[in-house]
Design a protein around this ligand. Structure first.
Ligand SMILES: Nc1ncnc2c1ncn2[C@@H]1O[C@H](COP(=O)(O)OP(=O)(O)OP(=O)(O)O)[C@@H](O)[C@H]1O
Ligand SMILES: [Mg+2]
Length: 345
């Protein structure tokens, strides 16, 4: 992908987004309840949270599509209410439910958008072709978008939103419902967009997505930011490490859980995978990593003594899933009912 202009002129302080006490209420519901965000320019910033957390509402306020009921938000130094026009020239939004025309072909959609934003006919066709090629859609260029697969659809949505290289791109759950291969393709596109200098605000319910793409992450729940930092900081705040064990024999799991619990002096969690167990060890303090490693090896020895075969064992930093669990006492379940989520919009 190439761009006409080098994107990403940061605000006066190098920030793409800064909010203070941002609030949006719908009746009694404080959908966004005092959100403070600081997003450095030129990076991917992840807003991670479950259904109804307030991610889309936050994005809509930043994109000037919804008026805040309280607090302030600046995009590249411009107030989203008082200087909404200035903000609009710098941002682009790929919505959760995006907006290309189903009846038009890929080429027609992109050309139409390019013409609408002031490009000449020839330049519009050239830009459309360039983007369709870059997004692996050259073969589908002449087909109506309604006949695209979910992954192709998501790619054309993103292509449409970066037609005029924006300084800030909002990607609202860009990979929800996509298969692993299509998700990887979208991730590559996001990386390419950022390499061009665009700042990306990415909302996601997927921990691995935030983990893969985002430099910093804000965990948002019930309209509030409950944790913020780099991935490493978020993980370290939860504990020294996490022991993951996969057994040969699912029938031995209860027994293994008991032995591990004793040896690690930790709560052991049974994973959805019937042979998998996880336990958090250590409190993240000094020397905690060595202590955790020592405990883990003792625990393994216990399992071996009991004749329980371990197929796979790892001691690593906790996953973002575990971070969420530790912060909210609730698992972050990305496979929640989509219908409920859609009804919530
Ligand atoms: N236009 C609206 N009118 C009334 N309530 C709304 C509106 N938009 C959002 N809400 C409510 O605000 C809350 C936050 O919704 P929001 O769409 O921002 O969540 P989200 O984090 O994007 O969730 P999801 O992951 O399901 O997309 C929810 O309780 C939702 O029902
Ligand atoms: Mg949403």
């Amino acid at each position: 992908m190439s761009s006409k202009q080098p994107g990403g002129h940061p605000g006066p302080d190098g920030l793409a987004i800064e909010t203070a006490g941002l609030v949006k209420t719908f009746g009694e519901n404080r959908a966004v309840d005092g959100v403070d965000l600081t997003v450095p320019a030129g990076t991917v910033y992840g807003l991670l949270g479950p259904n109804g957390a307030g991610k889309t509402t936050t994005v809509k306020m930043l994109a000037t599509l919804l008026r805040p009921d309280g607090g302030e938000a600046h995009v590249f130094g411009h107030d989203v209410v008082r200087e909404a026009d200035a903000v609009r020239t710098r941002v682009s939004l790929t919505g959760q439910y995006a907006s290309v025309d189903e009846d038009l072909t890929g080429t027609e959609n992109l050309v139409l958008l390019a013409r609408l934003t002031g490009h000449g006919k020839k330049a519009s066709y050239a830009r459309a072709e360039q983007l369709l090629t870059a997004f692996g859609l050259a073969e589908a260029a002449g087909r109506q978008v309604k006949n695209y697969s979910g992954g192709m659809r998501r790619r054309i949505d993103i292509a449409a939103s970066i037609l005029n290289t924006p300084d800030l791109l909002f990607l609202d759950e860009p990979t929800t419902g996509l298969d692993p291969r299509s998700r990887n393709q979208v991730w590559d596109i996001v990386r390419a967009v950022v390499a061009q200098g665009t700042t990306v605000l990415l909302t996601t319910q997927y921990l691995d997505e935030a983990d893969q793409l985002a430099a910093r992450i804000a965990v948002i729940d019930k309209g509030r930011v409950i944790a913020e930092g780099t991935k490493g900081e978020l993980k370290a705040s939860v504990g020294a490490g996490s022991v993951h064990v996969r057994l040969r024999d699912a029938a031995r799991r209860e027994e293994a859980a008991r032995l591990l619990g004793l040896a690690l002096a930790a709560q052991v969690q049974l994973e959805p995978d019937p042979v998998a167990l996880t336990a958090r060890v250590g409190d993240g303090g000094r020397g905690a990593e060595e202590a955790a490693a020592e405990k883990a090896s003792r625990a393994l020895a216990e399992l071996a003594r009991a004749g329980i075969v371990v197929d796979n064992f790892s001691l690593g930093q906790p996953s973002l899933d575990e971070v969420f669990l530790a912060l909210t006492d609730q698992p972050l379940d990305p496979h929640q009912d989509r219908e409920e989520a859609e009804a919530a919009l």
